[in-house]
Every structure is written in C-alpha cells, then in structure tokens.
Design a protein around this ligand. Structure first.
Ligand SMILES: Nc1nc2c(ncn2[C@@H]2O[C@H](COP(=O)(O)OP(=O)(O)O)[C@@H](O)[C@H]2O)c(=O)[nH]1
Ligand SMILES: [Mg+2]
Length: 230
C-alpha cells in the first residue's frame, strides 16, 4: 500500500529462473500482490516464483501482451488501485519500481512511465537497435499525437481504472506502445521519469535476438500505423 492505495504487480516471465528469485526478493514491501505470468517456461521459473510468495498464473499463448492481459485478468476479481508492470530479468531497479508506483498512488499522475533513455542505463543494457527503435517510434508518436515520450520501457504504473479505460488488445510486442498511444489519445495525465536500466540476467527473448528485434520493430511500427489511421 502506498499513500492509502493498493498496488498490484504484473511480471511476465518466460524462462527466467536465473533472475526471478532475486527480482521478487528485492520488491518493495509496499506492493500488495505480485502476479508472475508464466508462458510455458521449461525451467524452474514458476516454482521459484511461487516459493518467493508470488501468485503464479499460466498463459498458454506465447507473447508479452498475452501474458500482461492474463495478469490483468487475474487482478480483476479484487482489483488494486494501481497496477505496476515490470520485467522478470532484473533489468529494472526495485527502487524505480517504487518510484513509478508512488507517482500514481500519490495522485501526481494517472500513468507513470520509466524512461531508460533519460535515466542511467548500464552499457550494453540497451542494444543499438533498441536505441534506434525507441527514437523512431517516440518521434512518430510526437509528430502524430504530440506526446513527448522518450522510451517504450517495460517499467510503468497506472491507475487500474485508467488501464480498464485503455481496453488493451495487443498480444505480443506492441503492448507498451499501444498503452502509450492510448494514453495520448485518451488524454491520460502522464508523467515520464528517468529510471535505471541494468544489463539483464539470462538471455533476451526479444531485443537481444535478430528475429526478436525484427518482429518487435515491425509490430511497433504496425501499431503506430493502426492507431494513426483510425
Ligand atoms: N510471459 C511471457 N513473458 C515473456 C515473453 N517474452 C518475453 N517475456 C518476458 O518479458 C520480459 C521482457 O523480455 P526480454 O527477453 O527481457 O526482452 P528484452 O528486454 O527486449 O530483451 C522478460 O521478463 C521476459 O521473461 C512471453 O512470450 N511470455
Ligand atoms: Mg529485458
């Protein structure tokens, strides 16, 4: 609970046995419920996550967005006031997880996004392709929707009611950009703050591979086009 508001955390995880334990141990005690969404991990991710006290749910359809939607569905029966999204790979800093949640819980905004490009990112934590992709997509969003984002980072918190109003749909890599485009379209009171970004533990499923980068990049541009043409 922060400032009298409950906080629910959603962590998509795919084969993150090397990091999930330390990520969950480092989480601030202020978080009320932590949901780890496992997408058919073949390692010990689910077992470690439940041993650390997380609620582990399974989503059979692969995809970052599918996992996030499953996490939201899990929270729906007893919704928290604020939902925090973070990754399972230990690249996000737990203090920043607390900061982005606090900005929302204390009423300073309805949606707080952690910007890795404005923050202190460790050398090698963001690939050159990610830097370029972030620059291109945030430039397009600035032109089309006049929203001054600098990153599409995974660490973000928003009010549960705001999340519901966004009616999120993307089931793969367009998830973060869809949320930011919808925030701009719905005039959500948004704040972007600098966050740290560390070199992940384990292997990247998305940006660290050529195929992952191509698929994610294509999906991100297609998502911008889809909403721009609406
Ligand atoms: N549940 C689920 N999690 C995923 C999937 N793909 C990636 N993740 C998780 O989403 C987060 C971001 O993926 P990651 O591989 O770190 O991507 P990167 O940061 O772009 O290199 C990590 O916590 C992954 O375990 C997926 O298909 N399903
Ligand atoms: Mg990562």
């Amino acid at each position: 609970m922060i400032a009298g508001h409950t906080i629910g955390v959603i962590i998509p995880a795919l084969n993150e046995e090397q990091s999930i334990g330390s990520v969950l141990e480092a989480l601030p005690a202020a978080f009320d419920i932590v949901v780890v969404v496992d997408n058919g991990s073949t390692d010990a991710t689910a077992r470690i996550a439940s041993s650390k006290g997380a609620r582990v749910v399974h989503e059979s359809e692969r995809g970052y967005g599918a996992a996030c939607l499953r996490g939201i569905a899990e929270l729906a029966s007893n919704p928290p006031d604020v939902v925090l999204f973070m990754d399972a790979d230990a690249s996000d800093h737990p203090d920043d997880a607390l900061h982005v949640s606090t900005y929302v819980a204390s009423g300073q905004c309805d949606f707080c996004i952690g910007s890795r490009t404005r923050g202190d990112h460790e050398r090698g934590s963001l690939t050159p392709v990610q830097h370029f992709g972030n620059w291109l997509s945030t430039t397009l969003i600035r032109w089309i929707w006049k929203a001054p984002y600098t990153d599409l980072g995974p660490l973000r918190a928003l009010r549960y009611t705001t999340l519901c109003a966004m009616n999120m749909e993307d089931r793969t890599w367009g998830w973060t950009i869809e949320m930011q485009i919808k925030a701009a379209m719905l005039n959500v009171q948004t704040l972007e703050i600098p966050v740290r970004y560390r070199v992940r533990i384990g292997t990247s499923k998305i940006s660290g591979t050529v195929m992952g980068s191509i698929k994610a990049g294509t999906k991100i541009i297609a998502t911008i086009a889809k909403y721009a043409l609406r």
